[in-house]
Design a protein around this ligand. Structure first.
Ligand code: NAD
Length: 508
């Protein structure tokens, strides 16, 4: 089916399908949007805003599938994920090509996006050893107590544009491996690689109705939050939308976990290894065009380390900006024209508010890709906490530099920022690093590691405005999120033992 474009005409571009009850189908929606290559503005596909009836159908299919999936043996479930990880590996290059075309990041970075999701799939294949209850014998005479970690039912996931492979893979493999069924709502800006990953999951053997996909924006997200048959919602995205989702979903009685926005500080002490630190900082600030929730978007130079700013600027100038599929490019475009305009407007605000523009990435020359949404590496120094470029998450290739006299002052600055997603300290002092890890109020802490995203043996987390809900995605925490603990207390009577008759006091 050819879907109408925003302007109403019908063109031969592919449509992004819904997945309902094991069938990839075209939506009956009248509302569609273009999926656009951010380097060229080419329309790659059209994605529907699914109707309320389609959401009902997806949830209904998931509810039906839950009846048998929840009782499917652990080994059968595990083997599907073993097969799935193999299929993802075999398809790494074509998956990365789709991701780069619709999202903009470089091909190696797209492979990294997929790989970090693949690690969660590998972990999902090992779920049996994590989803085990506890047992205590003889809690009273002849009485044993044990716990079951049972799946909840239909769970849902709502994902952002910036990691269209990794973040969907944070969610549905873990939910499904623990015995739940799932409705996924990918980002409407780049749903194509997510759909290819979903196709591979079906190919790996995920049964009909266990995984379903609907597309859309605000209306479908609200529909998910309100739906009486969805038990839990996982969200990753901006703080504004995540806060709304958390409130609305929990008001409707659901479990919710919302991983949200960031302003990640890298604190550079004067005893840090200079070359390593500056290289890591440049990579973490400008990689993926700054569109990582863990991007090191804010540098705090402590004491004498401020003298390194010219060297930092020189390193940033060496980065190559180009379309993500072009070899040798270090950063590609930002996701949309409006994202580019937003970043540019914030750069203008930084200038107006008195910060020093050390490197201006506006209007870079990108040769054949003049229509792309490019912004080059941009660096501001002399930034004050009251400035817009510090107060807002820019989500583009803009590094803002503040200064602090001491480590204590830097820690106070980081802890005063409303966001608490990621942070890093660069130092060669164990004592300083230990003080930092103890006193900083941020979810992910790196010590000479600029983007400390935890591997799936651990869980992703976040403090303050960066997270709502107590349990994080993937790892051990998400087993508890996606399961209900049931406690069973049992006694077996032996035929020849006579009990003491009726007892009306509370005891075992
Ligand atoms: P976003 O909040 O705009 O969108 C996230 C999801 O919410 C999408 O699926 C979108 O369709 C939906 N949505 C958008 N507007 C909505 C509305 N008004 N009502 C209901 N649903 C709505 O986020 P984004 O721009 O796609 O992603 C970037 C943001 O995500 C950044 O703030 C980044 O820091 C954050 N992020 C956080 C993490 C983390 O783990 N903490 C990871 C990745 C991205």
């Amino acid at each position: 089916m050819n879907a109408p474009t925003a302007s109403g005409s019908t063109l031969s571009v592919p449509t992004v399908k819904l997945l309902i009850g094991g069938e990839f189908i075209d939506s009956r929606s009248t509302q569609w949007r273009d999926v656009v290559n951010p380097a060229t503005q080419a329309v790659l596909a059209r994605v529907p805003f699914a109707t309320p009836q389609e959401l009902d159908a997806a949830v209904g299919a998931a509810q039906t599938a839950f009846k048998t999936w929840r009782k499917t043996p652990i080994g059968v479930r595990a083997r599907i994920f073993l097969k799935y990880q193999q299929l993802i590996r075999e398809n790494m290059k074509p998956l990365a090509a789709i991701l780069t075309a619709e999202q903009g990041k470089t091909l190696p970075d797209a492979e990294g996006d997929i790989f970090r999701g693949l690690e969660v799939v590998e972990h999902a294949a090992n779920i049996g050893s994590l989803q085990m209850g506890e047992l205590a014998t003889n809690v009273a005479s002849g009485v044993d107590t044990f716990t079951l970690l049972q799946p909840l039912g239909v769970c849902a996931g709502i994902t952002p544009f910036n990691f269209p492979a990794m973040i969907p893979l944070w969610m549905f493999p873990m939910a499904i491996a623990t015995g739940n069924t799932f409705v996924l709502k990918p980002s409407e800006q780049d749903p194509m690689v997510t759909m290819r990953l979903v196709e591979l999951a079906i190919e790996a053997g995920v049964p009909k109705g266990v995984l379903n996909v609907v597309h859309g924006g605000e209306a479908i997200v609200n529909g998910i939050c309100d739906h009486p048959d969805i038990k839990a919602v996982s969200f990753v995205g901006s703080t504004k939308v995540g806060t709304h989702v958390y409130r609305r979903a929990t008001l409707a009685g659901k479990r919710a976990q919302c991983m949200m926005g960031a302003k990640n500080h890298a604190v550079i002490l004067p005893d840090a290894h200079k070359e390593q630190t500056l290289s890591q900082l440049v990579g973490a600030a400008f990689g993926a065009a700054g569109q990582r929730c863990m991007a090191a978007s804010t540098a705090v130079f402590v004491g004498e380390s401020q003298k390194w700013i010219p060297d930092l600027v020189a390193k940033a100038k060496t980065l190559k900006i180009n379309a993500g599929h072009e070899g040798g490019s270090d950063l590609g475009p930002v996701i949309s024209c409006s994202a580019r305009d937003r970043v540019t407007t914030l750069i203008e605000a930084g200038l107006r508010e008195g910060a020093t523009l050390e490197l201006d990435g506006r209007n870079p020359d990108v040769g054949a890709y003049g229509k792309g949404n490019f912004v080059g590496p941009t660096i501001f120094s002399n930034v004050k906490p009251s400035m817009s470029i510090y107060e807002q998450e820019i989500f583009g290739p803009v590094l803002v530099i503040l200064s602090a006299k001491t480590l204590d002052e830097a820690i106070e600055l980081v802890n005063s920022n409303p966001n608490g997603n990621g942070t890093a300290v660069f130092t060669q002092s164990g004592a300083a690093a230990r003080k930092f890890q103890e006193d900083i109020d941020v979810g992910q802490v790196g010590i000479n590691v600029p983007i400390p995203v935890p591997v799936p043996l651990f869980s992703f987390t976040g403090s303050r405005a960066s997270k709502l809900g107590d349990l994080g995605p993937y790892g051990k925490q998400v087993i508890l999120f996606y399961t209900q603990t049931k406690t069973v207390t049992q006694r077996w009577f032996e035929d020849d033992v006579v009990t003491g008759g009726v007892n009306t006091t509370i005891s075992l």
